[in-house]
Design a protein. Structure first.
Length: 332
């Protein structure tokens, strides 16, 4: 087992007893900010054993929101002895837990930096939250603890914090809609609308009006102005499901909107500025469609800033029993 610069030389029992005496969560990191040991309090808070965490980078274990922008511990590299921040961490049950993280430098006998001690205080009681914590994402439609799904759950906080376009791929029934809405609900746009448009559910003429809106009298049957789903999603998220079914002419119009963030309703020369995040989803292979000329390459690259692939159940066999248990409870 690695140890901190001779501070507890080769004595795992003494080392473990010291850190386990802490009444709050604590972990020891080496000089590369990789986990050496978690105490029992932090194991309980995270739902993760010290053996599982050992050797992992700190941010992968705590999954704290503050770590997504910049590591607060970097201040210790410039001479500070400790730093304290409040943030949220995400435990194994994907619960959002408010904590105070205090990071202290651990130095060897010669004063050289050999590692870090982090103390993690659970703030739920202080904030009047229920003991079970808050759910970080609404995953009620997705059941799974397989390695494939855990990888996805691990990166979702970072995707929510970002404002980049996301392309979600996967077969029908893999939970693309649930994941898209969960990302929105965990993002800074959560107070804004989440507007879903199925690009394969309407013919081209109706879909254009549905997306971009129209003015009164723009065509037969246009008896009133219609803002369109893009404008309705202002300050929120526009979720374009089945984006692979979007007709080529509308691909051009969508690309134009992504370039200048301005919507021109059918029948109008007036543009409307819109602040919206785009999440698109498809069960189709868009790369093949690009090669065949049925999907625009430039639009593909604008949507495919971040790719999230959801595995089919046959690729995560460990989840079959969990799903069976879930549906038995659901329908019993």
């Amino acid at each position: 087992m690695p140890y901190i610069g001779g501070l507890f030389p080769d004595d795992r029992v003494v080392f473990s007893s010291f850190i386990n005496a802490f009444p709050v969560g604590a972990l020891i990191l080496d000089a590369n900010r990789r986990v050496v040991l978690l105490n029992r309090a932090l194991e309980g808070l995270l739902g993760l054993s010290s053996e599982e965490a050992q050797g992992l980078p700190c941010h992968a274990v705590l999954r704290a929101k503050v770590c997504l922008s910049s590591c607060p511990g970097l201040a210790l590299d410039t001479g500070s002895e400790s730093v304290s921040v409040e943030s949220d961490i995400i435990n194994r049950e994907r619960q959002l837990v408010p904590v105070r993280i205090t990071i202290s430098a651990v130095r060897g006998f010669e004063g050289n930096l050999v590692g870090f001690l982090e103390v993690i205080e659970d703030l739920r009681a202080m904030q009047g939250l229920h003991e079970e914590g808050q759910t970080a994402f609404s995953f009620s439609g997705i059941v799974g603890k397989s390695p494939e799904m855990e990888k996805i759950f691990r990166i979702l906080p970072a995707l929510a914090e970002s404002d980049s376009s996301i392309l979600i791929t996967g077969e029908t029934g893999t939970g693309k809609d649930v994941i898209a809405e969960a990302i929105h609900q965990a993002s800074n746009r959560a107070k804004g609308p989440f507007i879903k448009v199925n690009c394969g559910a309407l013919p081209e003429t109706l879909l254009e009006s549905e997306l971009f809106g129209h003015t009164k009298g723009a065509f037969t049957g246009a008896v009133d102005d219609k803002p369109g789903r893009v404008r309705m999603a202002n300050n929120g998220t526009l979720y374009l499901t089945e984006i692979g079914d979007l007709p080529l002419p509308l691909q051009v119009k969508l690309l134009t909107f992504l370039d200048d963030k301005t919507v021109y309703p059918i029948g109008s020369t007036r543009g409307y500025s819109v602040d919206v995040r785009i999440i698109a989803a498809t069960h189709r292979n868009l790369e093949d469609m690009v090669a065949k000329g049925s999907f625009r390459k430039d639009l593909f690259y604008r949507l495919n800033v971040v790719r999230l692939h959801l595995p089919a159940l046959r690729e995560r066999g460990e989840d079959i029993l969990l799903l069976l248990d879930h549906f038995v409870r659901l329908f019993s």
